[in-house]
Design a protein around this ligand. Structure first.
Ligand code: HEC
Length: 122
C-alpha cells in the first residue's frame, strides 16, 4: 500500500511538472521570410530606420553609422554589414542580439535575409 502511494505521488508530481512546462511555450512565434521573397533595401530596410527614428542619433554629426537617407547604404556596407553573413554584421547583431532599440521580429528577419542574400543596394 505504501508503494502504491509512492507511485501515485510520483506520477502526480510528474504530471504537474509537464502541465506547467507546456503552459510556458513562447507567445511570440519566429517570423520567417519566404525563401523566394526578394528583400529590397529601399522598400524594406530603409523604412525600418524611419520607424525607429534611428537618425535621431545616427546622422552626419552623431553616432556612426550615418543612417540618413542619402548616406545609409554606403555608411552600412561594408563597415557594419558583411554581405552574405548576418551573424558577423554589426547592424544585425546590434539589433538582434544586443537588443538595441527593441526592433520587432519581422524587421529583424527582413534585415537578416537582406544581408544573407548579398546586401544589395536594391
Ligand atoms: C537614442 C540614440 C540612438 C538611437 C535612436 C539608435 N541608436 Fe544605434 N547606437 C547608439 C549609440 C550611442 C551607439 C554606440 C554605443 C553602443 O554600442 O550602444 C549605437 C550603436 C549602433 C550600432 C553599432 C555601431 C558600432 O560602432 O559598432 C549600430 C549598427 C546601430 N547603433 C544601429 C542603429 C539602428 C539601426 C537604429 C534604429 C533601429 C539605431 N541604432 C538607433 C545610439 C542610438
Amino acid at each position: 500500500m505504501k508503494k502504491l502511494l509512492k507511485i501515485v505521488l510520483v506520477s502526480s508530481i510528474t504530471l504537474l511538472f509537464f502541465s506547467c512546462y507546456y503552459d510556458e511555450f513562447p507567445e511570440e512565434v519566429a517570423v520567417v521570410i519566404p525563401e523566394n521573397q526578394v528583400v529590397s533595401f529601399a522598400d524594406d530596410i530603409a523604412p525600418i530606420f524611419v520607424t525607429y527614428n534611428c537618425t535621431e542619433c545616427h546622422n552626419a554629426t552623431g553616432q556612426s553609422p550615418n543612417l540618413t537617407a542619402s548616406s545609409q547604404y554606403t555608411s552600412l556596407v561594408p563597415s557594419y554589414v558583411i554581405a552574405g553573413n548576418s551573424n558577423s554584421s554589426d547592424l544585425y547583431t546590434m539589433l538582434a542580439i544586443n537588443d538595441h532599440r527593441n526592433v520587432d521580429a519581422e524587421s529583424l528577419a527582413l534585415i537578416k535575409k537582406w544581408i544573407d542574400d548579398g546586401a544589395e543596394n536594391n
